[in-house]
Design a protein around this ligand. Sequence first.
Ligand SMILES: CC/C=C\C/C=C/C(=O)SCCNC(=O)CCNC(=O)[C@H](O)C(C)(C)COP(=O)(O)OP(=O)(O)OC[C@H]1O[C@@H](n2cnc3c(N)ncnc32)[C@H](O)[C@@H]1OP(=O)(O)O
Length: 719
Amino acid sequence: MAQLSYVSGSVGLITLQNPPVNVLSAATRQGIMESMKKALNDPKVKSVVICGQNGVFCAGADIKEFGPNISGPSIVPLIYDIEVANKPVVAAIEGSALGGGLELALTCHYRIAHSKTRLGLPEVTLGLLPGAGGTQLLPRLIGIPASLELITTGRHITAAEALQLGLVDHVTQSDTVDSAVKFALSVEGEPLDSRRISKRPCPHLPDLDAVFEAVMQKVRQKFYGAIAPIACVQAVRAAATLPFSEGMKREQQLMSTLFTSGQARALQYSFFAQRAVGRWSMPSGASWNTSKARPVHRAAVLGLGTMGRGITVALAQAGVSVVAVEIQEKQLNEAREHVYATLERGAQQSGVSPSCANITYSHDIQAVADVDLVIEAVLEDLSLKEKVFQQLSAICKPGTLLCSNTSSLDLNCLASQTKNPELVVGMHFFAPAHVMKLLEVVYGSKSSPEAVATAMQLGKKMGKISVAVGNCRGFVGNRMLKPYIEQSYFLLEEGATPELVDKALEEFGFPMGVFRMSDLSGLDVGWRVRKEDGLAEPVGTSGQITRLRGGRRYSPLGDILCEHGRFGQKTGLGWYQYGRPGGRVAKSDPWVFNLLEEYRARLGLTARPIDQQEVLERCLYSLINEGLCILEEGFASSPEDIDVIYVFGYGWPKHRGGPMFYASMVGLATVLERLDHYYRSNPDVPSLKPCKLLRQLVASGSPPVHKWKEITKKIQNRL
Ligand SMILES: CC/C=C\C/C=C/C(=O)SCCNC(=O)CCNC(=O)[C@H](O)C(C)(C)COP(=O)(O)OP(=O)(O)OC[C@H]1O[C@@H](n2cnc3c(N)ncnc32)[C@H](O)[C@@H]1OP(=O)(O)O
């Protein structure tokens, strides 16, 4: 796991050998310790170089080993031995130096990095802090403000930035190990005291208290409810105020609290879940490792409204050449300007040149004739989309993949309009499409595995976390949103206010509660769907209000708002008031309170006190129940798929893992008991009826999320 070899006569070369990313597993730690000892005891060795095999230095501690029974030598004394070594130790950094990997490099006396290396201390994203001395060493090397920023965000930086910050000593474009060996030879025999970071004082910072106070406030706001960023700030403060050994003790104290926290478990689960969704499968048995993606060099986007523009930007930024089509001349020109400005802004932020040259614009659908893939993003109207798919099928060259960005329509209907339904898949982006990480890749009953593989690969190229899901109403994300929103309306009927519901959800960790979120997305969208479904009926001021539709409880409150032209932020009025159309700041609106009072009075409903616990249970457990139904029916292949969708597309707080993980943390038996309880008092609300899978999981002893598959497989109704 770590190999010592001898090069250039006097250099001991220690190579970490733990593919794919040389994590510091117990065996690797043992290997480094033994190799170091051997090299230091060997009189022939005058200097040491540490590198990683296959072009990767080290991605840090092995997250899979985290838990109560971690074995092998611990990291802290191991890397301490390196710092106190009496021979110069040089880190030859390439690929990645992250977490414990960067901490390992920090205890070396010199750091040589390849120009393409990424460095960082991302422990905070795993619910931890850099607990192998990182919080004490980094501030001594690069100062407190830069350290606070890197440690609290976990951001990866380039070698160039690392050089600028003083984190590395030299950046090379050529062979990293060769450069490091030459460098090691050049410093053999030189004094090392000044190279030991732990011996340095932390650079002085005037207004220390004010700086830490400001950072703490920022962190509490930005990472609401997350404990690791706070602990990171506290640990860096220890570096600024305590001697090194005391600071190390503080770091360990804070780390041990984080290490066993539920948040760390959730975030580490999420790390692996993000990777697991790439190993997709379909009910037919086809999967990522049996299906080959086609190359997509040229793609078309059809319809340049908000979604189409965002998708165009995302494709161009991924280096795909784009044909952007919009039949309305005015909209086309606006889109061209908008896309250009967005790409320019993105280029300024990232420091790379904009990709405008990759885009051609047309108002003629014939322009898509020779592309490899089309993403349709026209209005969410079935008959319009069906017509578009007929046209695409006739125009495009054979084999072109036809994708729809629909968020709600039946993909099979669109596929049935084409000559090759196997080439049709959904690519459901989230607004703004060039920013949001999530992509639902939707397979219909005839989609070929190759088509799914191609959409998944394109999503990856666009920097998305892509999740393959089946074609049910609303797919996974929006389908689960439905009972969540429904419960929030029922809570209003029973006595809650939008403020009360939103507060509970925001304190849980959502960036926006359900009502603020609905105002942002536009209340008219759901209204149109409800009207199409025959649910929303005009109420007016004196009309009869019915709260039962098709035998199910129904709340027309959302429809009533829309009848008053209150569509949310875009009209300046929704569940809140925004001052003006397009306003962003939500203020309570007495009009809404009056409406609720009148509504309850008309229906003879008595408002009762509703607490945050009830809001969370009803909104979240009904959403979780729907997620379990989706798993049961096979429209998602694993709980990880659902959790990734919710964290990256719907603002589910990252440190709570996702709805499925959260349910397992709360206890499936508790979720079942509470759903049973609410269903008993609301037998006309089917989404509160616990699904079969939930009962089965509880009957099987509530296994951890990664074991659910064994049970879902048994009861899945295949698509
Ligand atoms: C006791 C604690 C003491 C000290 C504190 C130290 C704490 C730490 O060091 S925590 C770990 C900090 N490091 C990270 O957070 C880095 C995580 N890894 C990455 O960001 C990326 O994997 C990468 C940039 C290193 C490489 O990216 P890419 O090339 O896209 O590959 P993958 O992400 O798909 O990874 C490949 C493969 O490796 C697994 N893996 C990556 N890092 C780790 C890790 N630190 N521990 C365990 N496994 C790791 C990853 O899961 C992939 O495998 P699977 O596809 O099987 O999941």
